[in-house]
Ligand binder design. Sequence first.
Ligand code: UD1
Length: 418
Amino acid sequence: MDSIEIEGGRPLHGEVTVSGSKNATLPQIAAALLAPGRSTFRNVPDLADIRTMGRLIANMGPLVSSDRGTLSIDATDLSNPEAPYELVKTMRASVLVLGPLVARCGRARVSLPGGCAIGARPIDQHLKALQALGARIELTHGYVEAQSDGRLRGGRVLFDLPTVTGTENLLMAAALADGETVLENCAREPEVVALAEALVSMGARIEGAGSSTIHIQGVAALRPLDRAVIPDRIEAGTLLAAAAITGGDVLVRGARAVDLEAAIAKLREAGAAITEEPAGLRCKAPARLDAVDFITAPFPGFPTDLQAQLMACLSVARGASRVVETVFENRFMHVQELARMGADIAVDGHTAVVRGVERLSGAPVMATDLRASASLVLAGLRAEGKTIVQRVYHLDRGYEGLEQKLAGLGARIRRIKA
Ligand code: UD1
């Protein structure tokens, strides 16, 4: 297994470009299943999760090919509407194929994702909502089996809580259903809006994406897609945080303020100057940030996917910060590893109190999920001496060439091949 070695203590300077969004690409790949013919995606990040999704789709019949950031999917043949355990277990977002498969094929067999490092993450909302559209759902042998006699029927769905992939699954299913669907208490994340726009470009009739109520008028057929993927707001936020933790000055090209308002507000409150430039967002940070309190919440609240990275920044801030994680129950695994680098963080249930220390010291560390790994890289950039972040495959699931990007900003960082 590869690891990443960092000699910390250098402020980052320069410009870096954000890659395409992983979480926007995954549902749009699933949406390609809704239409026979060839869909094309540009600005696709080269990531393990995207390759997993490609394999998952290819296993169902479609032809999948990729070439330097362009991904093509010819979904004319969809003879095997199944997502096997071997692939689903490595990536929860595989569940995104459920809605499109049952909408187009009238049946789907998708492995239940099971637990993951950051919590139980059930899919009950996806299933309840598909049932409201007339799907019959059975859980057998660890699989969800969904069937519909003919087309799904439009219906009304009230989600118990806003779920990103749940909302996306239902947008796709309802796009091909018979009649009108109203989804309430929807997730409002930019990736949901991007999917709705992609579906509209396929001929779907959708209104309200980005608000909590979405109306969908089902259509009889959709055309293939040709889209460029939006920039990854979480990668952008991570790069801004990298500038912030090192006291650097970095222009993150492609970062969009509308996607990152909550994170920008917190970085500013901590003393960093975040400015909007035509090409993206610049973060110019003081040598030491100030403590800030924050709470994660569905969009437009502070994203849970940036919680670990901001916490790393606050671990060396002046004063004590309170961090409350409300989205996932088990998302403080970076805390123990940050502590090994000298951070002073106390966790009580969903709350972490971070008492800023003057310095972190490099250490061998590892993390069990993607964003936690990113926070350890950030801490390593700030720490004195050498940090080795192990289990880099988590990072590779969601960050395209992170170490090259950081090296381009002056970080002393390199990958050690296993
Ligand atoms: C997506 C993102 C992930 C991000 C998360 C929250 C993708 C591929 N992944 O994950 O990076 O961390 O949003 O912003 O886009 N829940 C239920 N029942 C359900 C579905 C969800 O109880 O049927 C709960 C979850 O356990 C969690 C909360 O709802 O507590 C939000 O999860 P959800 O928005 O569904 O996360 P994902 O879509 O899996």
